[in-house]
Design a binder for this molecule. Structure first.
Ligand code: ADP
Ligand code: MG
Length: 684
């Protein structure tokens, strides 16, 4: 039997240091390793002749080394290494930077394989930083080679070798991987078996094998999700929920608001109200563009729950947001004698104990907080209504954990990353959907400009003008890597530059994900109070923060963000009375980049942007689903795999109709599959 939970550290080629790096990539066990899929592949299959090489293409050659390596120190920290190689059609120059280990690597007269990007200039052919190995070795060349998402200090060669070692453990074991999809489905949809699929996704024999492997794995991923959602939905439908009292009127609050609700807000409240008054538990997704006023909707619903004698939990993804919610809830509901409290990670132990005690005794009506609410010792006396804000930060699982703290409470999930309704119906199959499709009146359109680097000075002048008028500015750093450390470093560097060179006359501060929650909160509060002019930050400010005096959002390297993320970021400004601006600084001049910038300039409609984003999605660009707010998939891509998703959805419905509890023998594997992925949520 293979031990899939084997810790990564004990796999050949790993050890404690690399284990730490792998952990950062979310790889903790053998199972994680073999399901860590490549983000792309390089076809290093067929060697070309030097004379056949084409400028700009990644290519493989086999050639003999005909020179000593030449070392040229061009400046401090920059040494260039050059090597001349030859085949029977011509010569080619290999170039590397700062790779001193290469000095004694090559033997004159020996044949090697080189793979790299070709550059042809002034009659010479070069390859920059090629991968190489001896001609008779075929580890990293001579085939289709997987490219993994990786992190600093963990090279492609290393990670490739580690995956290979992991697969070897599985392949050499008699039991191998157990099939997860029932035979009858594999047959009907012509799917590869699991062992072939896993091997071929990492080291495909050819591109057809890759396609087949991918198809199988995507199918499994989507089917698991669809079945799980259907299970949840049937489970909810059967459940009796709380029937909130008809005599408690939402209008008591609505009539006393400082503003008039929009028609869309009123419609949504009506839907929520009727859910609350019915004896079924509510499970509703509230979609609405940034700034469309979702919070107030949840406040009014919470009022009803509290006045009916229940407690309410509000869960937000960050401490900043949770604090902000506390303010909003108290601002509106304080005068009705409703007691709100905040529970975030930075609350002191003593305060927390006291708070939890009061919660248990029912002396707190509304508890607002972060993930901290999920902890086991958070016990409500009588939880009747749960709101999770910015849903995409929380998985189905977490939603469940909080709901389980009550006795079938009504659940409202709010998200500001709208997705097209058809897609929402498929992806949130377990929820009913409400949409706020209208902004409060008198909102000024956020003027958006996409600019290139050459416009930088003008942008800076514009910022000066606005700050001199008393406004505040956000500058968002590009996403450098998936790791917060590197992002943090980038923020600090950028800040140093802005602070000393560009805007020495202003108060410039920075914020990033590595800071402690308390520090972040402090900086955010200082900014809110107007004591910081320019706040430079990673996307930690992405969600929900409200500073009405901030009027400019500058996004560096905007081409690296998904459109939905850009739209979210843009939504941080335009929250007050001032005309606001979003400046997208971008590099790159591909059609897709230009189109995406144009969409951002042309529209402020989050739903439209979401649709375009899906349409323009392409592999190789920075369109991670993480930023998109869609559920995270390991391999499926919702745009490319839409046809498959539809097929899988029909299959899932058919299965659920025939065997809703997955009790038939032929479906036993499916039961295991969803149990494995959604273990603490789905009981069948
Ligand atoms: P989001 O939907 O992005 O969470 P918020 O709920 O934070 O938006 O609302 C943004 C701002 O709009 C808040 O300051 C809120 O008080 C205000 N607001 C909400 N609804 C209305 C309305 N109908 N008229 C005027 N202002 C409103
Ligand atoms: Mg919000």
């Amino acid at each position: 039997m293979v031990n899939f939970e084997k810790e990564i550290q004990y796999i050949k080629g790993v050890g404690p240091n690399r284990a730490m790096l792998l952990n950062k990539l979310g790889i903790n066990t053998l199972k994680d390793l073999i399901t860590y899929y490549p983000r792309g592949y390089e076809d290093r299959g067929k060697a070309l002749k030097i004379a056949e090489l084409i400028n700009g293409e990644d290519s493989l050659i086999e050639a003999i080394v005909v020179s000593k390596i030449n070392e040229n120190k061009v400046r401090k920290n920059m040494t260039i290494y050059k090597l001349i190689v030859r085949d029977d059609t011509g010569t080619c120059v290999m170039t590397w930077f700062n790779q001193s280990y290469l000095k004694n690597k090559f033997i004159m007269g020996k044949k090697y394989k080189f793979f790299g990007k070709v550059s042809k200039r002034y009659g010479t052919t070069e390859m920059n930083s090629p991968v190489f190995e001896e001609a008779e070795v075929s580890k990293n060349t001579g085939k289709i080679v997987p490219i993994y998402p990786t992190t600093y200090n963990l090279s492609q060669n290393m990670i490739r070798q580690i995956v290979e070692n992991g697969l070897k453990i599985v392949n050499e074991d008699e039991a191998k991987l157990q099939e997860t999809i029932p035979e009858y489905i594999l047959k009907e949809y012509n799917l590869l078996d699991i062992n072939n699929a896993i091997n071929q996704i990492h080291f495909p024999k050819d591109f057809t094998s890759f396609e087949n492997a991918r198809k199988r794995l995507v199918f499994e991923e989507l089917l698991t999700m669809q079945l799980a959602l259907l299970q949840l939905k049937t489970r909810y439908a059967k459940q009796d929920g709380i029937q909130f009292d008809k005599n408690i009127k939402m209008s008591d609050v609505i009539d006393n608001l400082p503003f008039k609700l929009t028609k869309a807000q009123l419609n949504v409240l009506e839907e929520i109200d009727s859910d609350m008054e019915s004896n079924k538990a509510m499970n509703r997704l509230l979609q609405g563009d940034v700034g469309s006023g979702k919070t107030i909707v949840s406040i009014i619903a919470a009022y009803k729950a509290v006045k009916c004698g229940y407690q309410v939990a509000i869960m937000a993804p960050t401490a900043i947001l949770a604090s902000q919610h506390l303010e909003s809830f108290e601002g509106i509901l304080g005068k009705y004698g409703i007691r709100c409290e905040l529970l975030i990670g930075s609350v002191s132990k003593k305060k927390k104990e006291e708070l939890l005690e009061r919660l248990k005794n029912g002396e707190i009506d509304i508890l607002i907080g972060t993930h901290a609410l999920l902890e086991e010792n958070v016990i409500f006396k009588n939880l009747g209504f749960v709101v999770t804000d910015e849903q995409h930060r929380f998985g189905v699982r977490q939603r469940g954990v909080i709901a389980d703290k009550g006795n079938n409470p009504d659940v409202l999930v709010m998200t500001a990353t709208p997705i097209p309704r058809t897609l929402a119906l498929i992806l949130y199959g377990d929820l009913d959907i409400s949409i706020i499709d209208e902004l409060p009146p008198n909102r000024k359109k956020i003027e958006t400009y996409a600019v290139r680097k050459s416009m930088e000075e003008r942008v800076n002048n514009f910022i000066r003008k606005q700050v001199n008028e008393g406004r505040q500015v956000y500058i968002v750093c590009p996403l450098v890597e998936e790791t917060e450390e590197i992002d943090a470093k980038a923020v600090i560097e950028l800040t140093a530059n802005y602070k000393t060179k560009v805007f020495p006359e202003y108060r410039v501060e920075y914020m990033h994900g590595k800071l402690r929650p308390k520090e972040k909160e402090e900086i955010m509060n200082t900014f809110k109070n107007g004591d910081i002019d320019i706040l430079i930050s990673t996307t930690v400010i992405e969600v929900g923060v409200n500073v009405p005096n901030a009027s400019i959002m500058v996004i560096e390297n905007a081409e690296r963000f998904g459109l939905a993320a850009l739209h979210q970021l843009r939504g941080r400004v335009g929250r007050g009375e001032y005309q606001s601006y979003c400046i997208l600084k971008y590099n790159g001049n591909t059609d897709v980049v230009r189109q995406r910038m144009k969409i951002m300039q042309d529209t402020n409609d989050g739903f439209l942007i979401a649709e375009k984003d899906l349409e323009l999605r392409g592999s190789g660009e920075f369109f991670g689903t993480k930023q998109h707010g869609l559920p995270e998939f390991k391999i499926a891509n919702l745009f490319e795999d839409m046809p498959m998703l539809k097929k899988v959805q029909s299959l899932a419905i058919k299965i659920a109709d025939e065997d809703s509890k997955l009790e038939l023998e032929k479906n036993s594997r499916l039961k295991e599959l969803i149990k494995d992925k959604f273990s603490n949520r789905i009981e069948i």
